[in-house]
Design a protein around this ligand. Structure first.
Ligand code: NAG
Ligand code: NAG
Ligand code: NAG
Ligand code: NAG
Length: 516
């Protein structure tokens, strides 16, 4: 009993340093349990007779016997065994047992503050013989005192964060916060201190609030992009014996435009056929990422014949021809191309040469072009009933190349199945092979092919529409389409009756055309 009281006294001294200065009267044991209120006064309920107000108990008691909590004592109790102490409320009779004669309270189980930090109970003191209440029922608390039985825990096992490369020292990256289930308001069991276990000298952590900051200047994404930082939170204000928890923070440096594009190869030797379009690509390198690596190409001073545009997908410069090239008039071009980033970052332009240049040479090659006709198409009119061998017309083609090769002509026989026409292979003169009959066909649409003599693959074809003109000023009129009645297979006489049956006024004219 004495030991217990001394223990309690020691405990109070630790919790309230001023407790040592409290009035302590060996004769009045109740004072030992009187607790200071916020104003530091001892509660002495001597008027009402109760000598206590609040009890304290350490959580996680590991002893084998029941843990002593404290003693109820009433001034009405004269030690003659006539009073009976009765306990009701949270855990009374189960967790907390009272010795009804002495008023001693014990806890039957070990208690966890993080589960329940305070128990509210009621005490009565009764006359053992009459069961009459000697004191009014009163309420008191048993508060469970914290011990450091919980380690700090971070909300996540791994955090992801990013910070721009080249950030100034002290730039905030992310705040990682740990929590500790121990009592925040009492002692240091939940007082956390953050430290960095891995990630120095690049990063640091604010020991009080877990804010991670950059600690090294000039961190370059193009050199190292990702850092694994390990942060520890330790309770007991970081002292020895405190409990700790850790978390990993994966920090990525995001790109800033700190590198200008550079041509690896400053001369682009290009050659181009003299036809228009894209003739070549040049590429500058930029170690930056995404939009920071986007670039624009241009020709220094502009150019009449060439232009350069940027391929948005590949960031290459495409050299295109603005104006048709002509090998025969100019064969070599040289110009300078410049490249710069589309989105410049003012912080890094300073002192950097942010443009780069390359010289582009273009050599125009001669192309073997196919012959070109003087007209396309040709429309030729010819009178009907001209004899075989008559002149129809002339077509003419020449080789546009510098060496102006000789050209020969032919008729595509698929377009002249009846072999009505002939062409002079050297001078392009078209003549008839048979007499043309307008009533057989008003048009003869043929194709003439011009071929370079030394290079049969260089050919050009041209349509030639030959219109057969009527020699008769008064063409006969029919109610129906003329062509319907005429076909090559009609023999003289066969058709006569049917045509006469039509009772046409000028049928005799028609019969003449039919070849009678
Ligand atoms: C952490 O503390 C530092 C200074 O000690 C302060 O600059 C910073 O804003 C704090 N961060 C947070 C998230 O409270
Ligand atoms: C074309 O050549 C033929 C002989 O091959 C000749 O009869 C004709 O007069 C020439 N025509 C022209 C227009 O030169
Ligand atoms: C021939 O060409 C002319 C002019 O383009 C056209 O009116 C006519 O229908 C064509 N004839 C044939 C049979 O293709
Ligand atoms: C038949 O032809 C003649 C002359 O060619 C003309 O005078 C006459 O009107 C024509 N008859 C009809 C019915 O078309």
């Amino acid at each position: 009993m004495i030991t217990n009281q001394i223990l309690l006294l020691l405990m109070l001294s630790i919790l309230w340093p001023s407790a040592a200065a409290l009035p302590f009267t060996p004769g009045n044991i109740g004072n030992l349990f009187g607790m200071p209120e916020s104003d530091g006064r001892i509660l002495q309920r001597s008027k009402r007779g109760w000598m206590w107000n609040q009890f304290f108990l350490l959580e996680e008691y590991t002893g084998n016997d029941h843990q002593y909590v404290g003693k109820l004592h009433s001034n009405m109790d004269r030690g003659d065994g006539n009073v009976k102490y009765v306990l009701t409320g949270d855990g009374a009779g189960t967790l907390f047992l009272i010795d009804e004669k002495s008023g001693d309270i014990h806890a039957t189980k070990r208690l966890d503050r993080e589960e329940k930090a305070m128990y509210t109970l009621h005490a009565k003191v009764l006359d053992r013989n009459t069961n009459a209440e000697l004191e009014p029922d009163t309420e008191f608390n048993i508060k469970i005192h914290d011990i450091n039985d919980n380690a700090p825990k971070f909300a996540k096992d791994i955090y992801f964060a990013s910070v721009p490369e080249m950030s100034e020292v002290g730039t905030s990256v992310v705040t990682v916060t740990a929590t500790d289930a121990d009592d925040q308001t009492y002692g240091n069991s939940a007082k956390l201190v953050y430290s960095i276990l891995q990630g120095q000298p690049y990063f640091s952590v604010d020991s009080e609030n877990g804010t991670i900051k950059t600690a090294l200047s000039g961190m370059d994404r193009e050199v190292k992009e990702n850092y694994q930082v390990v942060i520890q939170a330790k309770d007991m204000a970081g002292q020895m014996g405190g409990l700790s928890g850790t978390t990993t923070v994966s920090i990525t440096l995001s790109d800033v435009n700190d590198s200008p594009p550079r041509f690896a190869n400053r001369k682009g030797p290009f050659s181009s056929a003299e036809i228009g379009g894209a003739i070549g690509r040049i590429k500058a390198d930029d170690p930056d990422d995404g939009r920071n690596a986007e670039m624009e190409y241009s020709i220094v001073g502009g150019h009449d014949t060439f232009n350069i545009i940027t391929d948005q997908m590949t960031q290459e410069g495409i050299i295109v021809i603005k104006k048709a090239l002509d090998y025969e008039s100019k064969r070599d071009y040289e110009f300078r191309v410049e490249v710069k980033n589309t989105y410049l970052d003012a912080r890094f332009i300073h002192g950097l040469q942010f443009k780069d240049y390359a010289t582009v040479k273009v050599t125009v090659e001669d192309v073997d072009e196919s012959p070109v006709f003087t007209r396309n198409p040709y429309i030729i009119e010819v009178h009907e009933d001209t004899a075989a061998g008559s002149f129809v017309g002339v077509v003419s083609a020449r080789d546009p190349d510098a060496d102006n090769k000789l050209v020969k002509y032919s008729i595509d026989r698929h377009t002249d199945l009846e072999r009505l026409f002939n062409i002079d292979s050297m001078n392009g003169t078209i003549t008839t092979l048979k007499a043309l009959d307008r009533e057989m066909s008003k048009w003869h649409n043929i194709s003439v092919v011009a071929t370079e003599i030394n290079n049969p693959r260089q050919t050009t074809r041209v349509p030639v529409f030959i219109k057969v003109l009527d020699v008769n000023d008064n063409a006969p009129e029919f109610a129906m389409s003329y062509d319907t009645f005429v076909c090559e297979s009609i023999k003289a006489g066969e058709v006569l009756d049917s045509l006469l049956a039509l009772n046409l006024g000028n049928h005799s004219l028609f019969l003449g055309f039919g070849g009678l």
